[in-house]
Write a protein that binds this ligand. Structure first.
Ligand code: ZN
Length: 494
């Protein structure tokens, strides 16, 4: 008993290491040991009494989920200014970011040139964006922003302290590193690497994502210095899903700033996923009402859905609406437009509903791999269904045909938005369905000053394939005549 007490009251770093090595069955538990390390880190990092902080940074970032090629690096952005205000007491964060595209290829919805400013918040179980003074719910950002809030240098200490973290040891360059591990239930799991100065050098974490499932993230902090009474790194680097997402230099840090971020009423209002159904042609409906929409196509004895976007919630509402529109025929097939996570976030839910997924061959290989990774942190519909994904891949063209309808799926070649981009063409209706290559502006809005290269490429693909398109049904926006595509591309019809 005396030895046990002695083990528990050891205080220095080397004694803690010795404790782990020597005390054996009499040692304090891994949780008690972690608590000891965390108490010291809490003091050393200046996290004790820290309710909020504000830091600014600049550098480079990358847009997670918007790779040009599925399974390859996320597209680069140049960050002119990133400001984060974090309230650790309320679990809220606001990020204001000013950035521009760092490379032309890949998604993200940013203009080819010029600066973009985004404001995103998280708190109270909600994520929301602010644009033009208006707040709008952004459910899809909740998991990522919650994770980002707590994988900050002081945030990880606070999160570990409330979650019964456990301790193991490793060495790096001959120095001891304490590995403090925990799970914030339903949100993320993490291991903080704490060095002999009780500073967090690295965080390995896992957060849930609608496409990748359990997604690995590594965040490293270097160049610690004392700023405003806390230890804060000069450089923050992060990867998600195996590729970099952030490499910024910290410019300013302020401690215990005003950080009241109440959830706006508009965000807190009861939320219903709205799916409207507009008939575009006989047996063809535009399932809209969201930021990312879908098209339902009726075949002789089954139904085909084009696009299952965003995530479980949107996908489930779209599938329900599709089944309601044509109750007599089974919904059997999903056509996915491309690899970007906003457009493919509902593919897992489609699989859970028994749909076969038709997508470009490279997407097929990628989804097969990512869907094999469980979403164990926040089990999704696919995890709960226990279903295995079925895919039909194609290289450049696939025709789905029965007695009532022919439907052509074409690989859009050479587009800078995605290497695995698809468009769907209904020859009888002369209707083209596409996402992101052309998104019409508001009715009667003037055409953009410069043509979008993705739209120019879309026109080139339509010409090369001799598609007699009369109308376009974009998955963002409204059905328009083909003339609007030519106007946007600043090209002439052939
Ligand atoms: Zn896209």
């Amino acid at each position: 008993m005396r030895e046990q007490i002695q083990c528990k009251t050891l205080t220095t770093w080397s004694a803690l290491t010795a404790l782990a090595l020597a005390c054996g069955p009499l040692a304090a538990s891994a949780v008690e040991q972690a608590a000891g390390v965390l108490r010291r880190a809490n003091v050393a990092m200046g996290a004790e009494g820290l309710q909020s902080l504000r830091y600014t940074a600049d550098g480079i970032g990358y847009t997670f989920g918007q790779a040009y090629v599925p399974g390859q690096a996320w597209p680069k952005i140049d960050i002119q200014e990133q400001t984060r205000v974090i309230n650790y007491d309320s679990g809220s964060m606001r990020e204001d970011i000013a950035f521009s595209r760092g490379e032309l290829k890949g998604g993200g919805g940013y203009p080819a040139s010029g600066q973009v400013r985004n404001t995103g918040l998280v708190g109270g179980g909600y994520a929301w964006n602010i644009a033009g003074g208006n707040a709008s719910l952004n459910t899809r950002a909740l998991a990522d922003r919650t994770h980002q809030l707590w994988v900050t240098p002081q945030g990880i200490i606070k999160a570990a302290m409330r979650n019964n973290a456990t301790l193991t040891w490793t060495t790096r360059d001959g120095k001891n590193i304490a590995l403090v591990s925990f799970t914030e239930p339903g949100k993320f799991s993490a291991t903080a690497h704490i060095n002999e100065a009780y500073l967090v050098e690295k965080i390995e974490s896992v957060f849930p994502d609608a496409v990748m499932g359990d997604t690995r993230s590594v965040t490293t902090f270097s160049g610690y210095r004392d700023i405003a009474g806390i230890q804060f790194p000069a450089k923050i680097e992060q990867s998600q899903g195996g590729f970099p997402v952030l490499a910024v230099n910290v410019k300013t840090v302020e401690r215990n700033v005003a950080a009241d971020m109440p959830v706006p009423d508009a965000v807190r209002a009861p939320y219903v996923e709205r799916v409207t159904a507009d008939k575009v042609a006989d047996g063809v409906w535009f399932l809209a009402g969201g930021s990312h929409n879908s098209v339902l196509i009726e075949m002789k004895d089954h139904l085909i859905l084009v696009e299952s976007p965003l995530g479980d919630v949107r996908a489930s509402a779209v599938i329900e609406q599709a089944k309601k529109l044509v109750p007599g025929k089974p919904l059997t097939t999903l056509i996915n437009s491309h690899n970007h996570f906003d457009h493919s976030g509902g593919v897992r839910a489609a699989v859970a509903n028994g749909l076969k997924v038709v997508t470009q061959a490279k997407n097929k290989a990628y989804f097969e791999k990512t869907f094999a990774t469980a979403n164990s942190i926040a089990p999704d519909l696919l995890a709960k269904s226990g279903k295995k994904a079925r895919f039909q891949g194609y290289e450049d063209k696939l025709v789905l045909k029965d007695a009532t309808r022919t439907l052509e799926i074409h690989h859009i070649l050479g587009n800078n938005h995605s290497e695995t981009f698809a468009m769907v063409y209904l020859p009888k209706e002369k209707l083209l369905i596409e996402a992101d290559a052309f998104t019409p502006g508001a009715p009667n809005a003037p055409a953009p000053a410069t043509a979008n290269a993705a739209t120019v490429n879309l026109v080139e693909n339509v010409h090369k394939l001799n598609l007699a398109v009369e109308r376009i049904q974009p998955l963002h926006g409204r059905v328009v005549s083909v003339a609007e595509m030519y106007t946007a591309a600043k090209m002439n019809p052939r």
